[in-house]
Design a protein around this ligand. Structure first.
Ligand code: SF4
Length: 257
């Protein structure tokens, strides 16, 4: 993918890992797989191996070359914590995030158990930094909710949930230790519908528990038609980190409401 991104909650994508395997219902219409498989067999294309897992060490230092601070979605085309990515490579990704600390990194996984184990094995000073945000995907109760508990145990200065595609009513949510919630519906061919009541339930709980809420999209087969307004407006809240971007920032965290 290019370094620019059309994803509403980020500025750029960085993919030192490419390819993945499906783990839960949220993966059913994985956009990364659809994109990658389009290029399978094309010689010299970055996705010439389709969606097969591939480590890309030559991409590891890419954020160091981006001088302007950006919000960077780490591995938008993969999952950093899948079994095929060894601990040393994960550590190298964190080393880059530590070195290029003028950016903000959004690391999102469905392998919450491995993220917990991998981050606990690294120095806390490396992992727990306000510019490194660790998050889990939550699409339903069965697979998604247990990931929230694992995330809560994960050492991180900022923890977030990407509740997308939201596939059912999640019921009561414990948002203790969670600093940001993104909600979105599935888009594209065969998109599974999302009920407004499921969204407003999450929004209410975010407000009650003082967690910033970002509504990404309604989704649907034609997502531009459905838009991203909820209750007549957009919801683009973010966790607020100390203004001084850069190494050794204060870890005090303020949330916007
Ligand atoms: S974990 Fe993410 S990248 Fe991997 S298959 Fe599922 S949706 Fe796609």
């Amino acid at each position: 993918m290019s370094d620019g991104s059309a994803i509403e909650w980020t500025d750029a994508t960085w993919n030192p890992v490419r390819g993945c395997t499906k783990v839960s219902p949220g993966c059913k219409h994985c956009y990364a797989e659809t994109f990658a498989e389009r290029w399978r067999g094309i010689p010299d294309h970055p996705y010439g191996q389709g969606f097969d897992l591939r480590l890309v060490p030559e991409k590891l230092d890419e954020p160091l070359r981006w001088r302007r601070p950006r919000r960077i979605f780490v591995n938008s085309m993969s999952d950093l914590f899948q079994v095929g990515v060894d601990a040393d490579f994960i550590r190298r990704v964190f080393n880059t995030m530590d070195a290029a600390s003028w950016h903000t990194y959004q690391v999102l996984t469905k392998r919450a158990d491995r993220m917990l184990a991998a981050t606990k094995a690294m120095p806390r000073a490396l992992v727990e930094q306000p510019h490194i945000w660790l998050g889990v995907s939550v699409e339903d109760r069965r697979y998604g909710l247990p990931r929230i508990d694992l995330l809560r145990q994960t050492p991180a200065a900022v923890r977030f949930l990407s509740i997308e595609p939201l596939l059912e009513d999640l019921g009561p949510l414990d948002l203790a230790g969670i600093h940001w919630v993104i909600v979105g519906g599935e888009s594209g061919p065969g998109a599974r519908p999302m009920s407004p009541a499921w969204v407003t339930s999450i929004q209410r709980q975010c407000r009650a528990q003082r967690v910033p809420f970002f509504f990404k999209q309604w989704g649907g087969v034609q997502k531009s038609k459905a838009g991203r307004e909820l209750g007549g407006r957009t919801w683009d809240e973010f966790p607020a980190v100390p203004a001084s971007q850069g190494k050794r920032r204060s870890s005090a965290l303020v949330t916007l409401q």
